[in-house]
Design a protein around this ligand. Structure first.
Ligand code: NAI
Ligand code: MG
Length: 366
C-alpha cells in the first residue's frame, strides 16, 4: 500500500501554505519518487462552521489510521468569542491528546542567507542548528482544576501545572534519543526554584539520564535563564527539553533567532505503532496569520519544511527530506523572499505561490 497522509489545512493562511505542499506532493508523484494516498479533512474554525465542532469524530478516526497528518493552522478573530469547548485550538489539542503526541520537535535552524536578517548579530546565529523538544500532552494546558470561578465576590482564573513521572520520563527519552543522533547534548529547562513540578522534572530527567543515557551530556537550566542564554549564545545548545508552557514560549523566541515565524517547521511524535512508525503530526509553528490571510503574502517554507520532517521521521526518506531542505536553502541564497523575509531596506517580495514554484524549480535542478 502507498504511504498515507491526512491533510488538515485549517484556517487563515493554512490552506494557502498547504497548497504549496500539495504541489510538492504532486511533484514527487509525477517524478515516480513516491505516491502518497492523500485524504483531506477540516480542523478548527472551518470545521466548526461546517459541523459545529472543531474536529469531528470521523476526522479524528482518520487521523489515527494514517501514517502522518499534515496540518496548516487553526483559529482567527471570527472564533475568539466561542466557548472554549468548541474553540478552533480545541481541534488541535484533541488531535495531540488522542494521538498521544507527547514529543514536539521544534528545530531552529539558521540558513546562511538569512543570518543578517535575524534580530541578532550574524556571528550569534549563523550556522545555528538546535532542536527544542517540548512536552505536548500534559502540563498547565490540561491540568485540572481549570476555569474561572467565583471566590467571594470576585472571579478567579485557575490553571494547574501537573506532571507525572512517566510523562516526564518519556519526553526525556525522546530528547536523549534525538541527541544521540545529533550533538549528544541535552539541556533540560524548568523552574525547580519555584515549582514542585519543576523539582520532579529535574529529578526524573536526571534519573533517566543516569540509568539509560549516561553517554549524553546533560545540563539543567532555569527556564528564565534559558530564555536569556538563547538570546545571548544559542549555539551553546543542541537539544533542549522542556515542558509544554515553557516550550511554547521558548520555541517562539527561538523562531526569531532564525529570522521569521514563517520559516519554522515542527513535528509532534507519539509512541511507535505496530508498523514501527510513530503516530505523527507535522505543522508549521506559526498560526493562521489573519492579518495577511488571502493576500498571497504567506511564507510557505515552514509548512514545506514540516513536510520534509514528515519525509524524514515518518517515511524514512531522509535523502528526499534533505533534498527539500537544500532546495529551500538554494532559493533563499538566490535572494527569493516572501514579505516576512525582507529587511527594512526592502526589495520586491514574491508571493506564496511564487515561493512554492521556486522551491520546486530548485528540486527539479537538484
Ligand atoms: P500567527 O503566527 O498567526 O501570526 C503572528 C505574526 O506572524 C503575524 O504578523 C503574521 O502575519 C506573521 N506570520 C505568521 N506566519 C506567517 C507566514 N507563514 N508567513 C508570513 N508571516 C507570517 O500568531 P497570532 O497572530 O498570535 O495568532 C493568529 C491566530 O492563529 C490566532 O487565532 C491564534 O489562536 C492562532 N494560532 C494557531 C496556531 C496553530 O494553528 N498551531 C499557533 C499559533 C496561533
Ligand atoms: Mg506558540
Amino acid at each position: 500500500a502507498n504511504p498515507s497522509l491526512l491533510i488538515l489545512a485549517g484556517d487563515g493562511i493554512g490552506p494557502e501554505v498547504m497548497d504549496e505542499v500539495k504541489k510538492l506532493i504532486a511533484w514527487f508523484d509525477t517524478k515516480g519518487i513516491v505516491t502518497f494516498d492523500v485524504s483531506e479533512g477540516l480542523v478548527g474554525g472551518c470545521s466548526y462552521d461546517a459541523h459545529g465542532t472543531p474536529l469531528t469524530d470521523e476526522t479524528m478516526a482518520r487521523a489515527q489510521e494514517v501514517d502522518a497528518v499534515l496540518l496548516g493552522a487553526v483559529g482567527g478573530p471570527k472564533y475568539d468569542k466561542l466557548d472554549f469547548s468548541v474553540k478552533p485550538e480545541r481541534g488541535l489539542l484533541r488531535l495531540r491528546k488522542e494521538m498521544d503526541l507527547f514529543s514536539n520537535l521544534r528545530p531552529a535552524q539558521c540558513f546562511d542567507a538569512l543570518a543578517d536578517f535575524s534580530s541578532l548579530k550574524r556571528d550569534v546565529v549563523a550556522g545555528l542548528d538546535i532542536v527544542i523538544v517540548r512536552e505536548l500532552t500534559s502540563g498547565v494546558y490540561f491540568g485540572e482544576p481549570r476555569g474561572i470561578f467565583m471566590e467571594g465576590n470576585e472571579r478567579v482564573g485557575i490553571n494547574t501545572q501537573r506532571y507525572t513521572e512517566s510523562e516526564i520520563a518519556r519526553v526525556a527519552r525522546s530528547a536523549f534519543e534525538l541527541a544521540r543522533k545529533r550533538g549528544n547534548k541535552v539541556c533540560s529547562m524548568e523552574k525547580a526554584n519555584v515549582m514542585e513540578s519543576g523539582i520532579l522534572w529535574r529529578d526524573v530527567v536526571q534519573e533517566i539520564h543516569d540509568k539509560e543515557y549516561p553517554d549524553v551530556a546533560l545540563t539543567h537550566m532555569y527556564a528564565d535563564n534559558g530564555a536569556m542564554q538563547l538570546c545571548r549564545w544559542p549555539k551553546q545548545f543542541d537539544v533542549i527539553v522542556t515542558d509544554n508552557l515553557f516550550g511554547d514560549v521558548l520555541s517562539d523566541m527561538a523562531a526569531m533567532l532564525t529570522g521569521s515565524l514563517g520559516m519554522l517547521p515542527s513535528a509532534s511524535l507519539g509512541l511507535p505503532q505496530a508498523n514501527g512508525r510513530p503516530k505523527a503530526l507535522y505543522e508549521p509553528v506559526h498560526g493562521s496569520a489573519p492579518d495577511i490571510t488571502g493576500q498571497g503574502k504567506a511564507n510557505p517554507i515552514a509548512c514545506i519544511l514540516s513536510f520534509a520532517m514528515a519525509l524524514r521521521y515518518s517515511f524514512d526518506m531522509g535523502a528526499e527530506a534533505t533534498r527539500v531542505e537544500k532546495a529551500v536553502e538554494k532559493v533563499l541564497a538566490d535572494g527569493v523572499r516572501t514579505a516576512d523575509l525582507m529587511g527594512p531596506e526592502g526589495g520586491t517580495p514574491v508571493s506564496t505561490t511564487q515561493m512554492g514554484d521556486a522551491i520546486i524549480a530548485a528540486m527539479e535542478a537538484s
